[in-house]
Ligand binder design. Structure first.
Ligand SMILES: Nc1ncnc2c1ncn2[C@@H]1O[C@H](COP(=O)(O)OP(=O)(O)OP(=O)(O)O)[C@@H](O)[C@H]1O
Ligand SMILES: [Mg+2]
Length: 463
């Protein structure tokens, strides 16, 4: 953007026009100048600008009129006001009217350069965000939540009921059960759907940054805060904020969040005034917050504010009925993505899937299907394309084995078990036999011998 960005300078002082024109031309921008508000407005009508630098006090009219023209025309243009040293009040008024920033006279070259650079950066970002949001909104219609089991039908019903209220919703469920998907569905079905849905992963942002991320900060609030910054709560104004992994919030931030909910105001870090925000809060957790409360790690009062309604997503193993539909859904998705012609999945493969416990829930099933589609040469996906973890779940099975009255074939059972362990180790090590042997606590020689014995040895070069 910096190459081709277009700047309009509106200032009645000829020397200032010239100064800014030369400065920003040298920076590679295209610069147009206007000597009063009337001609500035004319420029805006006839041309497109990325950024306007506008003097606040001009003989004919106030610079605020330029700001209004940009705002009322909903132009995609950022405005920076220049004010006289003594008039911070009018500067603040300009900010309230939607100016991106202001700079007071006299200013240094570096100062105005920095402000303009930041403003243009922000402009690119906000345009990209808007683009992303519209794309996301388009996708949502195709990105359906699949499920025909009774429990999921009840979840859909609940989602439909709460969507169009202002109620805060806590979405609980094991990892990979679709919590984020449900949060998006609630937002999309709400009257806020045209406003942003801002998602924050509370567990992924370092604690010392999270407060400023959520609530913003003012210029000079801490070292490095060269610009004031709007927080995610403000970005989500009128819309929805999705606090993912809300159980990870520190107690200090829990207090601030509680205040934001109760008073519907937030305060930027370093600021002295509160700002009103209208935000609906959806949160998600895969921890049991009741346990966190008991352990003194989560505030009970906040819990009740967030958990006005709870949507609990059942683990996939509790809704085995959904597996065939989900499989179908993911085959379609990945076959299209990989441009493959896949007819479906064999009875046997489906049967194997329904008998597997899926500790990683729908996400794990999705990965399994994606892998199978990638490996499939067309036609039906058969059981041999499922990963060993699914085919031969190991672990407690062996130790809890019961010998039926008619007896067992020990040799065959042990061989079967050994075979599944060898295959799983190979899968985990990406086919590297040395690592697979380590995983099983045996020597490389012993590993190779066992592969041969069980007829698993393939004549390949890996070691
Ligand atoms: N019912 C469903 N229908 C279709 N796709 C689903 C469904 N549930 C989950 N998925 C898919 O499974 C993956 C995991 O879902 P999601 O990210 O919503 O889970 P999550 O509960 O937020 O997991 P985590 O706790 O690990 O963040 C996503 O790719 C999502 O699209
Ligand atoms: Mg998630």
């Amino acid at each position: 953007m910096s190459e081709s960005a277009r700047i309009l300078v509106v200032d009645d002082e000829r020397s200032m026009q010239e100064f800014l024109e030369i400065l920003f031309r040298r920076e590679g921008y295209e610069v147009t100048t206007a000597g009063d508000v009337a001609s500035g407005l004319l420029c805006l009508e006839n041309d497109e600008f990325d950024l306007v630098i506008c003097d606040m006090q001009m003989p004919d009219r106030s610079g605020i009129d330029v700001l209004h023209a940009v705002r009322d025309g909903m132009l995609d243009t950022v405005v920076i006001m220049i004010t006289a040293y003594a008039s911070t009040e009018s500067a603040i008024a300009a900010m309230k009217e939607g100016a991106y920033d202001y700079i007071t006279k006299p200013f240094k070259v570096d100062e105005i350069k920095l402000v303009v650079e930041k403003a243009l950066e922000k402009k690119v970002l906000s345009r990209e965000n808007r683009l992303l949001r519209t794309q996301l909104r388009g996708q949502v219609r195709h990105r359906s939540i699949v499920g025909n089991s009774g429990v999921m039908q009840r979840v859909f019903e609940l989602v439909g009921q709460v969507a169009d209220t202002k109620t805060n919703v806590l979405i609980a469920g094991e990892s990979g059960t679709g919590k984020e998907l449900v949060a998006r569905a609630i937002h999309d079905q709400s009257e806020r759907s045209e406003k942003p849905l801002v998602a924050v992963n509370c567990g992924a942002i370092p604690e010392n940054l999270l407060e400023s991320e959520l609530f913003g900060h003012v210029r000079g609030a801490f070292t490095g805060a060269v610009q004031s910054k709007e927080g995610l709560f403000e970005s989500a104004d009128g819309g929805t904020i999705f606090l993912d992994e809300v159980g990870e919030l520190s107690l200090a931030l829990q207090v601030k969040l509680l205040r934001a909910i109760q008073d519907k105001t937030i305060r930027r870090v370093g600021d002295t005034q509160d700002r009103r925000v209208d935000v609906r809060i959806l949160s998600a957790t895969n921890r049991r917050l009741e346990d966190e409360i008991a352990a003194g790690r989560f505030r009970e009062d906040l819990y009740y504010r967030l958990n006005v309604i709870q949507v609990t997503l059942p683990a996939l193993r509790e809704r085995v009925d959904d597996i065939p539909l989900l499989v179908h859904h993911f085959i379609e998705k990945y076959a299209a993505e990989l441009s493959k012609q896949i007819d479906g999945m064999s009875e046997e493969a489906l049967d194997r899937l329904t008998r597997y416990a899926f500790p990683g829930n729908v996400r794990e099933l999705e990965n399994v299907v994606e892998r199978a589609v990638a490996l499939c040469r067309g036609g039906l996906i058969d059981a041999d394309l499922l990963p060993p973890t699914v085919l031969e779940p190991t672990g407690t099975a062996a130790t809890s084995a019961r010998i039926p009255a008619e007896g067992v074939d020990l040799e065959a059972l042990v061989n079967d078990y050994e075979r599944s362990l060898l295959l799983e180790a190979l899968e985990m090590s990406g086919g590297v036999k040395k690592r697979a042997a380590q995983l099983l606590g045996i020597s490389f020689r012993s590993f190779r011998y066992r592969l041969e014995k069980l007829g698993l040895d393939e004549p390949d070069a890996s070691s």
